[in-house]
Design a protein around this ligand. Structure first.
Ligand SMILES: *[C@@H]1O[C@H](CO)[C@@H](O)[C@H](O)[C@H]1NC(C)=O
Ligand SMILES: *[C@@H]1O[C@H](CO)[C@@H](O)[C@H](O)[C@H]1NC(C)=O
Ligand SMILES: *[C@@H]1O[C@H](CO)[C@@H](O)[C@H](O)[C@H]1NC(C)=O
Ligand SMILES: *[C@@H]1O[C@H](CO)[C@@H](O)[C@H](O)[C@H]1NC(C)=O
Length: 443
């Protein structure tokens, strides 16, 4: 390893050809991809794909130069924590260890209130004719793991250590003060429950409402249809600046396909997303990178190239491409509307909640980060598991309201102290006019 860094720290370079096309990310990309715990020898807020840094008592500080200001309102958006791979190889079974994935230690509860608290457990019968297409064990694809749940519990503890213990902004964990919204994905509900439990273990004794929007119009994933946006994205993924990165990495793609059996599959060829997902989910859980039945394995340096390409693609699609801003506004405009609506309700004293907590996905985080302008100072990276954006509203002694935005536990440059009105305007600038008609009309 260069610079004598410990072995779980990845430092790698992008192929020169990618770096030269004007949409490059830093030549050297650093990060942790194989443990939820960032080693103490690294800065605490080092990019860790398995478990992002977040607000915590040890590194939190009140807004400087504004002594006497009081925290009055909070909106938080996070990505769920780590899970099994969302994507499956055609011959998934052989590309895992014999034991595969184990999910027995996390009961998948889902039941009609007032009746028996059933949970479901995944069974993969040895006689099943499709056995080759799924790993061994007791997990479904995209399922929150016990380890992911544990990370979410710690996340809740750290949150409480600041917003209760230190600031006393929230007194008790109760559903009059705290509004939680998730997507319709079960793992986001489970993360919500783990966060609450981390804040106060007594929450395990009574049911809690988490709110969802109908899947077909959910603004958080986001899940509402927008054919106009699809066309915009198709266009900027048809130009050389995008297609070049695919042709320039054909050597890598051919190697991955040969080992993983993914040749000729469009969804694995359109981008590196699926490779990124299947490698990181494994390495974040201490599994080895996939090895096929002939004994050929994905090499660490190829995985690292995939991680760099994943970052590059995320930044291109949601932040850097010509028209990426428009795409992000179209596909997340409804969520920007919701956040602006929350803040205006606070302003007019009509929001009964002190905290609105959202548990979403990487697609939620990248759009929010891009829309808030985080990508103006440098490229955005793939939002890590548990990635967090906190919007704090403070009132000064002179009764003026200011917003401070904190990303992965660190205040964001230029959003460290913005008047509430200006911040609402920043959000509103991200909402296309007549968004429904604009999204649906052009096709
Ligand atoms: C973690 O990843 C690094 C590469 O970034 C690798 O060198 C190291 O062996 C991995 N550690 C474990 C425990 O898998
Ligand atoms: C999965 O388990 C079966 C037995 O149920 C075994 O035959 C097979 O080899 C296992 N898969 C792998 C990849 O080892
Ligand atoms: C961006 O949008 C404009 C206006 O629709 C269009 O002319 C241009 O070709 C688009 N650029 C890309 C790279 O798709
Ligand atoms: C395993 O991967 C190697 C290339 O890395 C390939 O040549 C071989 O055919 C693969 N085996 C199977 C069973 O897919």
């Amino acid at each position: 390893m260069p610079f004598g860094l410990p072995s779980n720290f990845a430092i790698f370079s992008l192929p020169a050809a990618i770096v030269s096309n004007g949409f490059s990310i830093n030549k050297t990309v650093t990060g942790i991809y194989n443990s939820s715990t960032t080693p103490a020898s690294f800065p605490w807020n080092t990019y860790n794909y398995c478990n992002a840094a977040h607000v915590n008592a040890e590194h939190y500080f009140e807004p400087t130069g504004n002594e006497g200001a009081e925290l009055l309102y909070l909106n938080v958006v996070i990505r769920h924590h780590k899970r099994t791979p969302d994507n499956l190889y055609p011959d998934e079974n052989e590309l895992n260890t014999a034991s595969g994935w184990n999910c027995e230690s996390l009961h998948q509860q889902s039941y009609g209130g007032g009746t028996a608290p059933v949970f479901h457990e995944t069974l993969i019968p040895s006689w099943h004719p499709y056995l080759s297409t799924i790993w061994n064990g007791t997990c479904d694809a995209g399922q929150l793991t016990r380890e992911g749940l544990d990370d979410a519990i710690l996340h809740g503890k750290d949150f409480w250590s600041v917003y209760h213990d230190r600031l006393n902004f929230l007194n008790t964990v109760n559903s009059e003060d705290i509004h939680i919204r998730t997507t319709t994905e079960v793992r986001t509900h489970q993360v919500a429950s783990a966060l609450l439990f981390g804040m106060d273990s007594a929450t395990s004794s009574s049911p809690w409402p988490v709110y969802t929007q109908p899947e077909s119009i959910d603004s958080l994933v986001p899940g509402y249809p927008c054919p106009t946006a699809d066309a915009v994205r198709d266009a900027y993924q048809s130009v050389p600046v995008w297609t070049d990165h695919l042709t320039q990495n054909m050597d890598l793609k051919a190697k991955l396909d040969a080992t993983l059996g993914t040749a000729g599959l469009d969804s694995w060829a359109a981008w590196y997303d699926h490779f990124f997902d299947t490698f990181t989910a494994r390495s974040c859980h201490g599994h080895s990178l996939p090895c096929n039945s002939s004994g050929a394995c994905i090499e660490q340096e190829d995985a690292q190239r995939v991680y760099a390409l994943g970052d590059w693609e995320y930044n291109y699609i949601w932040n850097a491409a010509e028209n990426a801003t428009w795409y992000t506004q179209l596909t997340f405009g409804v969520m920007f509307y919701e956040l602006a609506h929350n803040l205006k309700s606070f302003q007019s004293r009509s929001d009964p909640y002190k905290l609105r907590f959202y548990v979403g996905h990487d697609g939620s985080m990248i759009r929010l980060a891009s829309g808030l302008g985080f990508g103006k100072d440098g490229p955005l990276r793939w939002p890590a598991m548990g990635s967090e954006i906190v919007i704090e509203v403070w009132r000064t002694e002179t009764m003026r309201d200011f917003v401070r935005v904190i990303h992965e536990g660190t205040p964001v440059p230029r959003l460290e102290w913005v008047s509430l009105n200006d911040f609402i305007e920043i959000l509103e600038r991200q909402i296309p006019n007549n968004i429904y008609q604009t999204c649906m009309g052009a096709q």
